[in-house]
Write a protein that binds this ligand. Sequence first.
Ligand code: ADP
Ligand code: MG
Ligand code: MG
Length: 251
Amino acid sequence: SPLLEVRGLTASVKETGHQILAGVDLTIREGEIHAIMGKNGSGKSTLTKVLVGHPHYEVTGGTILFKGEDLVDMEPEERSLAGLFMSFQAPIEIPGVSNFDFLLMAVNARREKSDLPALGPLEFYSVVSSKVDALKMDPKFLDRNVNEGFSGGERKRNEILQLSVIGADLALLDEIDSGLDVDAIEDVAIAVNGLLTPQNSVLMITHYQRLLDLIKPSYVHIMENGKIIKTGDSSIATQINEGGFKSIALV
Ligand code: ADP
Ligand code: MG
Ligand code: MG
């Protein structure tokens, strides 16, 4: 079965009942890179949040299968342990928890699930510091509280550090290029490409061709009004870049 299979997914804002996802179909197989593009407000971020079980949204119809298992009734933490990773468009701060401790906890929670012995701080430090170097981050980041006082670009790099250390079968990357300068986008793209194996997959949301030139998608989807209305190869992204969304023929 595919890694992720979404069928007829509808979802609403829990508090108001306002529907945002209006029947999303999406299939992601192992080793594939998918990109979602679409105008502001089309539901891209909501789709990724619903996939990870964000508490503000309620699934009202359809199915989400991840590795053949129904995700809808799983807690966000269980989804993450099952191998789903999400970088938030606006990553959250976790006061009082250092980056190092956060990463060590996350890694050990996964090791425990696989019946592997917990890593100690010293052992873990050598793993994590090589990733910090690869992302050209200041090692001092490890001692700082998660995302507290980070600049936009630092937060984005930190999300990719989390992904590189924790690993994932499917990484959902929501606008990882936003707020990054050109050099930082390149560092992040190199890190993401370095994580790709024939077994794991990426779903990225972006407005920019630049990111898609660096992380080459197998499929590009266009989202509008809570649905994926077109799927194609990376030439769709080039077309949007040159002529805007209106240049995409929907048939
Ligand atoms: P995109 O990521 O494509 O820009 P979003 O998924 O963030 O779009 O939002 C889709 C639409 O749903 C927008 O109109 C947004 O205002 C609305 N929306 C998303 N989340 C909420 C929420 N928690 N409460 C109310 N409206 C929301
Ligand atoms: Mg938006
Ligand atoms: Mg968004």
